[in-house]
Design a protein around this ligand. Structure first.
Ligand code: FE
Length: 128
């Protein structure tokens, strides 16, 4: 388990970023910075900077959250079972720092059939 320097992160992150990344919160749909971003580039972890998702795997899921059918590499994310809110979901975290990113569902497009439903607040986009 990763331990964050929470005092430092409170200064570095916005309150929304902190709530999503550290408290495993969820931004409201259609409000984030990237759900409708169609630029070419890479989405990195907002806390540690590890590249997580590439624009080539991003697609319009109509959910209001940035959605990808795969991470850049399998090893860049860690998946954990999440039984909160009376649901059984699979949580997705940054494999390097443990920051909460979102959830993965099995209703995505080809070729993987996966939908990585990620909060904009946990990402930082780097245009190519
Ligand atoms: Fe990270």
């Amino acid at each position: 388990m990763v331990t964050f320097d929470k005092a430092k992160l409170r200064q570095q992150l916005t309150p929304l970023q902190y709530d999503v990344c550290i408290n495993k919160g969820t931004e409201r749909p259609f409000t984030g910075e990237y759900w409708d971003n169609h630029e070419t580039g890479v989405y990195a972890c907002v806390i540690c900077g590890q590249p997580l998702f590439a624009s080539g795997t991003k697609y319009d899921s109509r959910t209001g959250w940035p959605s990808f059918w795969a991470p850049i590499q399998k090893e860049t994310v860690r998946e954990e079972e999440d039984r909160s809110l009376f649901m059984r979901r699979t949580e997705v975290e940054c494999s390097k720092c443990g920051s909460h990113l979102g959830h993965v569902f099995e209703d995505g497009p080809k070729p993987t059939g996966l939908r990585y439903c990620i909060n904009s607040a946990s990402l930082r986009f780097h245009p190519e």
